[in-house]
Structure formats: structure tokens, C-alpha cells
Design a protein around this ligand. Structure first.
Ligand code: NDP
Length: 307
């Protein structure tokens, strides 16, 4: 029985040390050529390696990221379960990034950077936080953690999920019927949805038109959820006031893409949150212990649902 770490060597060395300390009976493989494929029970990877089916005794595929849309249908052996990364490092970084983005949009940072370049000393109107309504698409691990950070500023908070949920201090909406009223009360929209058939292309012209005039977008879900042309049109027409974008399709964007130099867009290269090896190793080791005890791992993916 062995564990295969199929990712970068730098993080692998941190994992190897944690496994040697906390799970010494489980061989830790970074060079798979030294192992009989039948020995491999666990894999940590970003995507499904093309020859995954040769690991006939594979029980668990751990995604090194919080998202699992990169595992295309049919690429995982039916007998193996898929587990997404649920670890404190990802959560904290996402809290930082979304707070940064919301405050930048709330306080018009991009406009002031533009004005500085033009040597223009020009105060712009500012709303109180209590008048800036935040709405999060998604009400999962990351969205809930982000809302905890945004609450103390006094922003009115709402969220939209697939199934009905209740969270203290958050107006909760769900399902297709809940989307329009949720959007209509949202000034800064944050997308923290997994990429599935149900969320592909969701951020489109119709959705932007449903937001109030002057609304802004923070996109940290997945690139394929966003219609780029529709966003640029909504910004250029003035219906949307700004966007903070971390994920695009494709990544990276081509040099001539309209997002790069758009005066109302702040673009980052998919860095909102990155798996931190120290905390991730702890999470994976705990999950292997749970699996050995016959318990479901934390972050078990429902492969039919897609997240
Ligand atoms: P979770 O699985 O914990 O939560 C997903 C949420 O989305 C749930 O509330 C779920 O609803 C909701 N949802 C899913 N499908 C739909 C739908 N069709 N309609 C309405 N709501 C839906 O995910 P996480 O919070 O851990 O992560 C969310 C995503 O963030 C990841 O999948 C990944 O794409 C992205 N991410 C981006 C990173 C970056 O650096 N930019 C880093 C890490 C993650 P319900 O509660 O009803 O199940």
C-alpha cells in the first residue's frame, strides 16, 4: 500500500516530511517508477494522469486544489473516490483576496490609480458600507469563510446556493427562482461557485443586466463561468462600475485580450488562493486516517453533482 504525490517537488518535500512523521507506515512515492502500480492506494494530483487506470487498487484521488472541474468525466476509475482540498491555508488566502477585492471596488481603487497617473486630485462619491450590498454566488466552505471576514465592515450580506440554506446574518437565496431577487439586491457580486454544467457561462449579459446599475463583480470561481464579451460590454456601457477578476478561460489570456488594459478591470493570474503544503499535508493525512477508519473523507466529491 502506498501514496503517490503527483505534483511539484517543492511542496512534495513538505508532504514527505509530514507523512514520515505522522503516517510512517504508508510509503510516500514521488518517483512512481520505483513502485508496482498495484501498491498505489492514494494519489494526490491536480489532473488525472493519462494512465490512471493501471493503478488497479486505487481507492482515493485527492485533488491538490479546492476545485475538481479539471477531472474530466471518464478519467477516474469508477472504484476510486474523489476528494477536493479542504485546508486552512486555502481558506485564509481566499478570505484575504476577496476582502481586498471588495474593499478595492467599494473605495474605487482602480479609478484613483488612474487619476494618480493623470495627476488628478479628485475625490469621488463614496457609499457607507451599510449601503453597499454584497452578494456571493455559492454558500460553501469558501463563501462562508469570506462572509465571516466581510461581516465586521457592516456590508449587508446575501448568498445564493443550489439547495436551501440558512446562515446567521446572511440573506440566503437558492435555486433558479432565487437568482433574480438575489441579483437585484446585490451591489458587489462575488462568484465563488464550482464549475459544473449548472454554473458554466452563468456570468452572462442577462445576469449582468439583472444587477442594479453601478454594480461590480469579483470573480474567483472558474474562468468558464464568465462571458468575457458580456462583461466588457456591461462595463463599457456603464451598467457595471468595475470588476476584479482572478480566473479566466483560457489562462493565461492572450496578450491582445480586452481585460489586460481595461480601465475598470483589475486582473490577477489565478492567485486568489493557493494550496499551502504544511496545512494541506495535515488535511490529507487526517483524511487518509478517516478513510482507513471507514469514515468519509472531508471534502468528498459527489461525482454526479460535479462538486
Ligand atoms: P463548496 O463545494 O464548499 O461550495 C460550493 C457552493 O456552490 C455550494 O454552496 C453550492 O450549493 C453552490 N453551488 C454549486 N452549484 C450550484 C448551482 N448550480 N447553483 C447554485 N449554487 C450552486 O466549494 P468551495 O467553497 O470550497 O469552493 C468553491 C469554488 O471556488 C471551487 O470549486 C473553485 O472553483 C473556486 N476556487 C477558486 C480559487 C482561486 O484561486 N481562484 C481557489 C479555490 C477555489 P449547495 O450549498 O446547495 O451545495
Amino acid at each position: 500500500m502506498a501514496f503517490w504525490f503527483n505534483s511539484d517537488r517543492e511542496r512534495g518535500l513538505v508532504f514527505a516530511e509530514a507523512f514520515a512523521r505522522d503516517l510512517p507506515d504508508l510509503p510516500f512515492a514521488m518517483d512512481i517508477s520505483e513502485y508496482d502500480p498495484d501498491e498505489i492506494r492514494y494519489i494526490l494530483t491536480w489532473t488525472a494522469p493519462p494512465d490512471l487506470y493501471r493503478f488497479r487498487n486505487l481507492e482515493v484521488v485527492f485533488s491538490i486544489g479546492a476545485g475538481v472541474d479539471q477531472f474530466k468525466p471518464g478519467t477516474l476509475p469508477p472504484g476510486a473516490i474523489l476528494v477536493r482540498m479542504v485546508e486552512d491555508g486555502i481558506v485564509r488566502m481566499m478570505q484575504e483576496y476577496v476582502t481586498l477585492a471588495v474593499l478595492a471596488l467599494h473605495r474605487k481603487l482602480k479609478a484613483y490609480i488612474g487619476q494618480q497617473a493623470d495627476a488628478a486630485w479628485l475625490p469621488l462619491p463614496v457609499r457607507q458600507a451599510a449601503q453597499q450590498r454584497i452578494g456571493i454566488l455559492g454558500l460553501g466552505m469558501l463563501a462562508q469563510a469570506v462572509m465571516e471576514r466581510l461581516k465586521p465592515f457592516g456590508f449587508p450580506l446575501a448568498a445564493w446556493s443550489r439547495s436551501e440554506r440558512q446562515v446567521d446574518g446572511v440573506d440566503c437565496y437558492h435555486g433558479s427562482d432565487g437568482l433574480t431577487p438575489f441579483l437585484a439586491r446585490t451591489d458587489i457580486l462575488i462568484c465563488l461557485l464550482p464549475l459544473t454544467q449548472g454554473t458554466h457561462g452563468l456570468l452572462d449579459a442577462r445576469l449582468f443586466a439583472t444587477l442594479p446599475a453601478g454594480a461590480a463583480l469579483v470573480h474567483v470561481g472558474r474562468g468558464a463561468q464568465l462571458d468575457h464579451d458580456a462583461l466588457i460590454a456591461a462595463l463599457d456601457e456603464g451598467h457595471l462600475s468595475g470588476a476584479f477578476i482572478d480566473v479566466t478561460e483560457p489562462e493565461p489570456l492572450p496578450p491582445e485580450h480586452g481585460f489586460w488594459r481595461h480601465p475598470k478591470i483589475i486582473l490577477t493570474p489565478h492567485v486568489a488562493s493557493v494550496t499551502q503544503p504544511e496545512t494541506a499535508a495535515r488535511a490529507v493525512i487526517d483524511n487518509i486516517k478517516r478513510h482507513r477508519d471507514g469514515l468519509d473523507p472531508i471534502g468528498l466529491v459527489d461525482r454526479d453533482r460535479g462538486y
